[in-house]
Ligand binder design. Sequence first.
Ligand code: S3P
Length: 444
Amino acid sequence: MSNHANAGALPSDTLTATAGGALCGAMTLPGDKSISHRAIILGALAEGETTVHHLLEGEDVLRTVAAFRAMGVGIERDSAGIYRIQGVGLDGLAEPDDVLDMGNSGTAMRLLAGVLASQPFFSILTGDASLRRRPMGRIITPLSQMGARILSRAQGKAPLVIQGTELMPVEYLSPVASAQVKSAVLLAALNTAGGSSVREPELSRDHTERMLTAFGARVERDGLQVTVEGWPTLTGQVVQVPGDISSAAFPLVAALLVPGSDVTLHGVGVNPTRTGLLELLTAMGGRIEWLNQREQGGEPVADLRVRYSALRGIVVPPEVIPRAIDEFPIFFVAAALAEGETVLTGAAELRVKESDRIQAMAAGLRALGAFVTELADGVRIVGRPEGLAGGVRVDSFTDHRVAMSLLVAGLRCRAAVTVARCANIQTSFPGFREQMVGLGAHIQ
Ligand code: S3P
């Protein structure tokens, strides 16, 4: 998505960060990406109208919007930015007459595969070069156990070809704590007679379960197992999407790291399955105050006041990993500027995100002068609280979170840091540069 009306004036793919004064002021975060995808999906599958306020208008979510429009669902945006979805029910989707392109979005591809597996038509899901490298076997396996007919390239890579069919319920024991795997099964289960369950090794984000309950589905949780009954009547809802904590992470860590900073982040979703980064940074000595805690449409929300803090390295407790899974790139930046050593292990999942985030962040931070040792399933970082050297050009590997993390690191480097291939910041945080500049950061 581009705000530039003038074709030819495409946003630059390269951004440069330079150290400057303290970051001060307030920011309202764009809508949560995970919740935005789910609002579109459940709105489309419900009966009646669903209204979505503060939908994330990033490229990933707009791919989900486009896919449902291609299957005959009416989705309109009004001039105030509110999305109205005319739900077609569990059996009302139409066969798309072309391939569905999910762009950079793993969530869109994996959740849509769950929906499409039980629809009585043919569909093909593809994506960009990054998404076509990511593992889809993890959803093909449980969906196939339900009777789904899904073909892929070698090693379960997209494009995926789905011949939708009637499915059987499953009791799936997932080897990974993945909300995308869990959600693919639960969404397939909606259009399947009987109850289907997923048990995961650690609790992953639970937005699907919360939103299914709000739309009227029968969802039962028993520890790490969740069960959904098939063929519920889903009723259109008003969904208020909270601010994305995964986007808040960038100004938040920037404020902790830049001396004198005092920043308030308004309306951040603080679902306990997502707040691992706050736990880690607080344990490192970060001053993060939770203000005005409230509930918004079944999800907890707070304003977060963050002040510059002297951070100390920590050993990351393994149980926190699923709750902080998207925040490790920016967490590594905090560790690289903390006093002492930080160690993360047990996080091999980071290697199959939008990029290999262990390798991408180790390469980027080392180029800036940080002490980083890459481990098979994590990193060891010895912090340099005095700041990093910078003065180099580094690569984001087209990963939005790597790009934003290295730009934040640049705010604590002695010489400017240029990050190549930043266009995918649009997938999750449109307006990132402008909002950071609004706090006083030098990023251009
Ligand atoms: C997401 C789940 C996580 C996360 C991703 C969004 C979701 O992925 O990394 O950014 O919305 O369900 P996994 O399920 O692969 O852990």
